[in-house]
Ligand binder design. Structure first.
Ligand SMILES: *Cc1c(COP(=O)(O)O)cnc(C)c1O
Length: 415
């Protein structure tokens, strides 16, 4: 109860229990409350150290507290934070130049999250089709088990009904097809479709890469009817697969690409990238957001992209991926009957629990925490690893050692 106007002292003690009293209960966080972190190592209030293979869900790809990113943020914070969209600013112009130089795109729109980047992409696709083809062409095709964010439009595009239940009425004219199913895509992509949205590597849906043939087929079907192809690279982009963007490894170009998560290494920023002819369908006043591409976001993201886009950096991601994947294959052999598959791409990997352990991915991550290892899940049956891309060989080996200890703990009969 607030019966005085006194501010809460910044140092007042808070605990995990306060979460259950104070927060809208849309999350069920771990009991571990992180306090500080550097690189892949994170500490709680008691000073216990954890090896972080989550990167804050694929966000801190350069590790916690990366010096160049910290420097960019501090220098910009001392200079200019925010001006509003009545003015542009130098950091965002540099960032737009970087992103367009390094990708298929020649136009960028900035926002604050992955959902907002996808919201912009879907709105652009609808408007582009309305201007070019008339009102009848407005259907959006997305994949089952996909995830595109939590705004009403993007959560409806996501192919997981449990996330839309109770939020009806949903935006109409959005259909879902099974992922990696070419005949189903061909049937669904007709003259009424304005866009197809797909994750080149499904993240939340279980760490499932698209096949090259599938993305090539989507490209062909979209071109056939004049629909836009949107790649949601919010999770798989920015070096995660060992390519700057996953589409580059596939050799299939989208019309619109969305990127966020790792773009700010923890500073909230997202972007939608596209070509001039498509971008022209959004004119002044048709879309926007207050913070989108503000100087702080621009400076931080600029530092991030400059590092990740270096060929030597991406080569090291591929090398680290090979070492980690080999180690995970070894883990599978050491504990037969625990996992059936290591899948994914680059440093976006999933361990698929065997039939006997279905539904227990969360139990596995809880066991890992007792071994001071932080892991993610991707649905109830998949343990997901998204380590920072700067993970060293020694850290990969330490992670594998802790994973073995976790597997022993997980498989031990309950006391
Ligand atoms: C996380 C994620 C989003 C949503 O990003 P937010 O920043 O949480 O809005 C969208 N698409 C994919 C593929 C994601 O992994």
């Amino acid at each position: 109860m607030n019966d005085t106007l006194q501010a809460t002292p910044a140092e007042s003690a808070v605990t995990r229990a306060d979460f259950d009293q104070l927060l809208v209960p849309v999350y069920a966080p771990s009991q571990l409350v992180p306090r500080s972190a550097r690189g892949l190592w994170l500490q709680d209030a008691a000073g216990t150290e954890y090896l972080d293979l989550t990167s804050g869900i694929g966000v801190t790809s350069l590790g916690h507290g990366h010096p160049a990113v910290l420097q960019a943020l501090q220098a910009q914070a001392a200079q200019l934070w925010h001006v509003g969209n009545g003015y542009t600013n130098e950091p965002v112009l540099r960032l737009a130049r970087l992103l367009t130089q390094h990708t298929f795109a020649d136009r960028a729109f900035f926002c604050n999250s992955g959902a907002e980047a996808n919201e912009a992409a879907l709105k652009l696709a609808r408007r582009h089709a309305a201007l070019r083809h008339g009102a009848a062409r407005r259907r959006i095709v997305a994949c089952q088990q996909s995830f595109h964010g939590r705004t009403l439009f993007t959560v409806t595009a996501g192919g997981q009904p449990k996330y839309t239940e109770g939020f009806e009425p949903l935006p109409p004219d959005i259909g879902h097809i099974p992922f990696n199913d070419i005949p189903a895509a061909e049937r669904a992509i007709g003259e009424n479709v304005c866009a197809v949205i797909v994750e080149p590597v499904q993240g939340e849906g279980g760490v499932v890469p698209a096949t090259r043939d599938y993305l090539l087929a989507l490209r062909e079907f979209c071109d056939r009817v004049g629909a836009l192809l949107i790649f949601d690279e919010v999770q798989c982009g920015l070096g995660r697969t060992g390519e700057l963007y996953a589409y580059m490894g596939y050799g299939v170009e989208p019309d619109i690409l969305t990127t966020a998560k790792a773009l700010g290494n923890g500073y909230p920023v997202g972007a939608m990238l596209t070509r001039e002819a498509v971008a022209a369908s959004l004119t002044a006043g048709t879309h926007g957001t207050t913070y989108g591409g503000n100087p702080l976001a621009g400076a931080v993201a600029g530092a991030v992209v400059q590092i990740i886009a270096q060929p030597a950096f991406l080569a090291r991601v591929r090398e680290a991926s090979a070492r980690l994947q080999a180690g995970l294959q070894g883990l599978m052999r050491e504990f037969p009957g625990l996992f059936t598959e290591v899948r994914g791409a680059g440093l976006m990997l999933g361990l698929v629990l065997a039939e006997a352990h279905r539904g227990r991915a969360r139990d596995f991550t809880r066991a890992a925490e007792l071994e001071r290892l932080m892991l993610l899940i991707a649905g109830p049956d998949v343990v997901r690893l998204l380590p920072a891309l700067v993970i060293s060989d020694a850290e990969i080996d330490a992670a594998l050692q802790r994973l073995r200890a976790t597997a022993r703990r997980f498989l031990a009969p309950a006391a």
